[in-house]
Design a protein around this ligand. Structure first.
Ligand code: ZN
Ligand code: ZN
Length: 237
């Protein structure tokens, strides 16, 4: 009978509880249900502590504080950091959030953004600017904007949305070389009412940092008017 009881218990759990987006097990605790991921799976995603370039966040295998790229071509942002690497569970969760509409994952990602702001960047900002969604993707919600709204509420920082906008439909960046990514995004973003950004210290947020093209293009526009631009992303590939 024991196996039957166990089976019945699991069946009950699976009917009444949502399941972990990582391992599929029922989410028993409220902190698990809040973010759609169980404690065990969350423990596998940790803040990246490897030596990094202090400007772009590139993982470094030497003792220099800046990477060669940042020395030769200083980016238009003062600093960028990612929470972890774009692989394994983190990659799966980002894709589930962006393309399968698992909206509760925004709570998990906001936890990661907050850890980056409080423990890594450790500075105050006048406002948060989310990287705008691609116009061509007719999704019902802008994943970065939704996370940014909660992030601003929780940190008590102003949401500066609607200023940085995407004005051109562009093919997905995935799989393109850095040169093609740059061309792909030429003229793709625009800054509306730049006087509202003028002189402000802003935090730009996005999901994935691959070659840094999107963050760089957005920061270029912002930094012409903003006093200072820093950026955070969930994962670096
Ligand atoms: Zn799990
Ligand atoms: Zn760098």
């Amino acid at each position: 009978m024991r196996w039957f009881k166990e089976f019945f218990h699991r069946l009950q759990l699976s009917i009444f509880l949502s399941s972990c987006k990582g391992c599929g097990e029922p989410l028993v605790f409220s902190d698990e249900a809040r973010v759609c991921v169980c404690r065990e799976c969350r423990a596998t995603i940790t803040l990246n502590r490897d030596p990094q370039c202090r400007i772009c966040g590139r993982i470094m295998d030497n003792d220099y504080d800046r990477c060669g790229e940042c020395i030769l071509n200083p980016p238009p942002f003062r600093k960028h950091v990612s929470y972890s690497r774009y692989q394994g569970l983190m990659k799966d969760l980002i894709l589930l959030y962006k393309y399968s509409g698992v909206e509760k994952l925004k709570n998990l990602f906001v936890d990661y953004y907050i850890e980056l702001v409080n423990d890594v960047i450790n500075e105050d900002f006048d406002g948060i600017v989310p990287v705008p969604p691609d116009k061509s993707r007719k999704r019902e919600f802008g994943p970065i904007l939704e996370a940014a709204k909660i992030l601003c509420q929780r940190l008590g920082i102003k949401l500066l949305s609607g200023y940085l906008v995407k004005v051109k439909e562009t093919p997905p960046q995935a799989g393109l070389s850095k040169a093609k990514r740059i061309r792909n995004l030429d003229g793709a973003f625009k800054l509306k009412n730049p006087q509202e950004i003028k002189g402000k210290k802003v935090l730009l947020i996005d999901d994935v940092y691959t070659t840094g093209t999107t963050v760089t293009k957005c920061a270029q526009l912002l930094s012409k008017h903003a006093a200072d631009v820093a950026a955070i992303t969930l994962a670096r590939s």
